[in-house]
Design a protein around this ligand. Sequence first.
Ligand SMILES: C[S@@+](CC[C@H](N)C(=O)[O-])C[C@H]1O[C@@H](n2cnc3c(N)ncnc32)[C@H](O)[C@@H]1O
Length: 438
Amino acid sequence: MQNAPQSSLIGEEYEVEVGPVAHGGHCVARTDEGRVLFVRHALPGEKVVARVTEGDEDSRFLRADAVRVLEASKDRVEAPCPYAGPGKCGGCDWQHAKPGAQRRLKGEVVAEQLKRLAGLTPEEAGWDGTVMPAEGDKLPPGEVPAWRTRVQYAVDVEGRAGLRKHRSHDVQPIDRCLIAAPGVSELGIEKRDWSGMASVEAIAATGSQDRQVILNPRPGARLPIVELDKPVSVLRVAEDGGVHRVHGRPFVRERADDRTYRVGNGGFWQVHPKAADTLVRAVMQGLMPRKGDTALDLYCGVGLFAGAIADRVGDKGAVLGIESGKRAVEDARHNLQDYERVRIEQGKVDQALPRTGITEVDLIVLDPPRAGAGKQTVKHLASLGPRRIAYVACDPAALARDLAYFAENGYKPRTLRVFDLFPMTHHVECVAILEPVK
Ligand SMILES: C[S@@+](CC[C@H](N)C(=O)[O-])C[C@H]1O[C@@H](n2cnc3c(N)ncnc32)[C@H](O)[C@@H]1O
């Protein structure tokens, strides 16, 4: 039997009262018939006209944009960026909210995920409910935080650089991204013709003058000669996904925790210029390493936390980092070559950790990608009996799921700190410190 034809509701408009914020940069509302809408560009408590952007009669929920605000929240401001708003750039979710309100919304999302997925109240998670800016990130009122030191520009068929629209491959051409760091804006990427490219990533390192552009050509396209307003090194993405040097250094030098880290081939580094220092401090304050401790830095990237721990555990301590990216492993080994008792293993944590044969460890820091660590890895980590675990999370849902697994394995959060390292977007960073249940 064939399915009945589904009737699209895209373009339908509903007048709704906007309910609470939900994970993903939108708020929840209900139509008069009880349909659930996830509404972007709205704020809790507002009355808006929501126009459906995704969904049909059979959908469990609809996605929508607030296209008219009938009753505005006191937290609403005029979006400073001309490309923010319904149907435009998908990069920022909360341009229309005051900075303090953005942080409150993020806090509500974290609290909701903890409750729903880990059964924890903020108090039980050791969290005072606040969302802190990155350390030292105080801006005069009205000033837009220009924090993105890495911007991935999409390129349209006419060769114009822009940013992708929300949940779309369409490109919103821009003449400037307001939240791009000055080191990125100064390159003038938006002024150039990028014909033949699918995307262009711009990187402005923190603490060095290194600037880099990574070209991602469409199949068969010739690479352009890159002439920008500032000198840059140039890399390219090959058809197999590998990243290769075209000219200049194949890496940038980033500074954090009074150390220089080489980050090659567009590998992972925190995007906000104050994020790496903020997170290192939060992790070290939580773990409190002692001389002689043994520690794991899992999903270690180029060795940010391994370096910080190595300094504190001294010559009698030892740190093992595990990272899946080949180039990141080479960089981590290079960055930490002065520490004899630091070792970096390449591999996926769930495979490489069992291979090490380690049965005991004093401290663990883990900073997994958005999917989190998962049940098996959490079980393995708990079995090593660490005194403390620092869990750095870029997705509160993954954190909450893993906290539930930790609880099953005898670990509970001692403290949780939440940082707004991605102003204007819905993203948020958490640092949970766990210890064994007594
Ligand atoms: C969020 S980043 C953290 C990096 C580092 N802690 C930092 O702050 O610079 C996550 C890292 O995990 C690596 N990764 C992703 N999946 C992995 C896995 N299954 N096992 C090991 N590393 C993984 C990525 O390559 C990336 O470098």
